[in-house]
Write a protein that binds this ligand. Structure first.
Ligand code: B12
Length: 213
């Protein structure tokens, strides 16, 4: 039953059928399937299958946007906006860098961290490195989380740590994630962590603050 329901969620997301995706998510939650599992086996699997529709040669914008809307719909079920959480832990600044408008992964990361009591400052998508660094200087976070879906943003990611050092912000940890960045190594990107999922990022932060998960 679990596998069939997860398949149904993937299909509803691919169809861009928000109502169906939400009702399937409710079933999974009622069956006590973990949120991390719904993200990894539902959302990420559906998005990976969308790949073929998002290339330079073939690009069905409406279909992809409907799918994105369905994803954000189920995220509201997983993390209700009125959920009573206090930002009692450190700040984390998140961004998608200049030239990259993919923001579903960043938004999911933001929800996962917010639900775990981090204060998340969102620089949005298409964010120049300098604006990110200015925000870090102002907010003094524990870490920066960069989400990158286009390989073309890699050179910008590699500059972040050096720009932080130049402003005396070397203590800030740099995490990277998203389809393009998770194919690289931390060394290659000059970051502290390359995360495979939003929960990877959360576990890394929890280790630093000593909270455990
Ligand atoms: C949806 C989508 C779009 C949507 C984006 C909608 C939106 N608001 O985000 C739209 C239609 C706008 C789009 C546009 C384009 N896209 Co597109 N898109 C995708 C697609 C199908 C899914 C991406 C997605 O949302 N995944 C779901 C999320 C939840 O996954 P995720 O980002 O990996 O995030 C998870 C984890 O990685 C993690 N995470 C993410 N970030 C971070 C950061 C940190 C710090 C941590 C800890 C964790 C973390 O948390 C999430 C949950 O666990 C991918 C295919 C793919 N396999 O990714 C192509 C893809 C990314 N797109 C691609 C391309 C080429 C484009 C376009 C250039 C197409 C065009 N012809 O114009 C444009 C680029 C526009 C631009 N300038 O950015 C390519 C990129 C190729 C490359 N390597 O550079 C891909 C890989 C498709 C492909 N196979 O060619 N796209």
């Amino acid at each position: 039953m679990y596998a069939t329901t997860m398949d149904a969620l993937v299909q509803a997301l691919l169809d861009g059928d928000q109502a169906q995706a939400i009702s399937t998510t409710k079933h999974l939650l009622a069956a006590e399937v973990a949120i991390g599992q719904i993200l990894a086996e539902g959302v990420e699997v559906a998005m990976a299958q969308l790949d073929a529709k998002c290339t330079i040669e073939q690009f069905n914008l409406l279909e992809i946007m409907l799918c994105g809307r369905a994803v954000m719909g189920i995220m509201k079920e997983l993390y209700p906006p009125d959920m009573p959480v206090q930002p009692t832990k450190a700040a984390v600044v998140v961004a998608t860098l200049e030239g990259d408008v993919h923001d579903l992964g960043k938004n999911i990361l933001k929800m996962v961290l917010t639900a775990s009591s981090y204060r998340v400052v969102d620089c949005g998508k298409d964010c120049p490195v300098e604006r990110l660094i200015d925000t870090v200087e102002r907010e003094r976070p524990l870490a920066v989380g960069i989400s990158g879906l286009l390989t073309t943003v890699m050179p910008q990611v590699r500059r972040v740590r050096q720009r932080l050092a130049e402003r005396g912000l070397s203590y800030v940890k740099v995490m990277a994630g998203g389809a393009a960045l998770k194919q690289a190594t931390a060394e290659n990107l000059n970051v502290d962590l390359v995360a495979q999922s939003a929960f990877d990022g959360l576990h890394y932060l929890e280790q630093i603050v000593g909270g455990g998960t």
